[in-house]
Design a protein around this ligand. Structure first.
Ligand code: SF4
Ligand code: SF4
Length: 417
């Protein structure tokens, strides 16, 4: 299996940008934990280049090293040569998967989950409802004790949200009260396949903040999953189907707003995924909610909150989208909120989509290091803008016995009732 080097910007050409300086190594979470060159960005680029040049006898032999990568892109931030690591990794994973789909129970479960559950809102709601039912009936505890459900999976299973959050978010256009309208830009909200069933309160807060700040908000009913997990799993064809549906669903919007960092990053990259003008144009109109609000400015002051909080950067917001200052600027406007820095804000938390289910040991250690840094900061609140990170950090904090709440930045921007 080789890649062609004749088309500019392809995965193979990207591997040639690497000058082997090693500046990315200290920032790589798997290298930090495992200390193995092949589990570092430089090592993986070397392997992927060798594969592309036909120098790897058994292509599947490099798969475990690529599987252990979180696709967090901390290496892209650190790289002085501008290596587009994410593109190389995702292209290589897709080629390996195409050549020989991963086998075994875990691979079958991932495919079933990604193809038949995550990409279908109704099925995902049912899956979470079942998960919550096992919790209510005490079956989750029993399943863990009997070894039917791995402890790490039980630990990140979401708790039951209030009934108001379980009702589907109303789709269609939401008009702000008269007198506060800031028209001129048609904004639409992407609700996310994990965010909506797990943290419905975040979508409701997003809507509330946008309306209170004078924006008409459309919530298109035809929107689908962003496809990020499929891209990360080396299944871009299926992701393209979803991307095309989203391009059509948001055709009327000037801007597509996102409160899930992972989804937002993937949607900004639809141009690369679809390889056409429509995808590129769609990507240009995507904004993280913090980017949009920081630029537009808050006209409705947030509710006061007396708390000491640390902001933790989701990888796909800071490394993937380059959004760092905006959430901090907005949080600085919350009356009474004391923001403190912690030691590892841009290190991955170990969530990375479903990585914590597939690579539990590495994810566990990465998560433990993140929590250590947050606890050392002495905060009573952690603020982060991605549902996977919220689940992972909350799970680690609870299991370690810390009473520290986890919130999305937008929840702190809701004005008083
Ligand atoms: S994407 Fe993250 S885990 Fe993967 S090589 Fe880069 S820094 Fe390491
Ligand atoms: S920092 Fe960039 S150029 Fe240096 S080893 Fe890492 S990927 Fe290669």
């Amino acid at each position: 299996m080789t890649f062609s080097a004749d088309s500019k910007g392809d995965a193979y050409a990207r591997t040639l940008d690497c000058v082997h300086c090693g500046l990315c190594l200290p920032t790589c979470p798997t290298y930090q934990v495992l200390g193995v060159e092949a589990d570092s960005p430089r090592g993986r680029i070397y392997l992927m280049r060798a594969l592309a040049e036909g120098r790897v006898q058994d292509p599947q032999s490099i798969r475990p090293f690529l599987d252990r990568c979180l696709d967090c892109r901390a290496c892209e931030t650190a790289c002085p040569s501008g290596v587009k690591y994410g593109e190389v990794l995702e292209t290589t994973r897709a080629k390996l998967e195409q050549q020989q789909p991963a086998r075994g129970l875990a691979a079958w479960l991932v495919r079933t989950l990604l193809w038949h559950v995550v990409a279908h809102q109704r099925r995902l709601r049912i899956a979470f409802a079942l998960l919550r039912a096992t919790e209510r009936l005490g079956l989750r505890w029993l399943a863990t004790r009997l070894g039917l459900m791995p402890a790490h999976m039980a630990a990140i299973a979401p708790t039951v949200p209030p009934a108001a959050e379980r009702a589907p978010l109303r789709t269609g256009l939401h008009v702000p009260p008269p007198g506060v309208a800031r028209r001129g830009v048609k904004v639409a909200l992407f609700t996310g396949c994990i965010m909506e069933p797990v943290f419905g309160r975040v979508n409701r807060a997003t809507l509330q903040v946008l309306l209170a700040n004078g924006f008409d908000v459309d919530v298109p009913a035809a929107q689908r999953c962003c496809g990020a997990l499929l891209v990360h799993a080396g299944q871009p064809e299926r992701a393209r189907e979803l991307a095309r549906a989203n391009v059509a669903a948001f055709a009327d919007a000037d801007l597509v707003l996102n409160n899930s960092a992972g989804c937002g990053c993937a949607m900004k990259e639809y141009g690369h995924l679809l390889g056409d003008e429509a995808g590129a144009a769609f990507g240009k109109k995507c904004r993280d909610i913090s980017e949009f609000l920081a630029e537009a400015g808050l006209t409705a002051a947030p509710r006061p909150l007396a708390a000491k909080a640390a902001y933790d950067d989701p990888c796909h917001l800071c490394h993937g989208q380059g959004v760092r200052a905006q959430p901090r600027q907005l949080l600085a406007q919350v009356p009474g909120l004391e923001m403190v820095a912690h030691g590892k804000p841009e290190d991955c938390c170990g969530s990375a989509g479903i990585y914590n289910l597939l690579q539990p040991d590495v994810a566990e250690e990465i998560g433990r290091r993140k929590i250590e840094s947050l606890v050392r900061a002495g905060v009573d609140l952690v603020v982060t803008g991605n549902p996977g990170c919220m689940l992972q950090i909350d799970s680690h904090l609870r299991r370690a016995g810390h009473r520290i709440a986890v919130r999305h930045p937008i929840e702190l921007l809701v004005p008083p009732a």
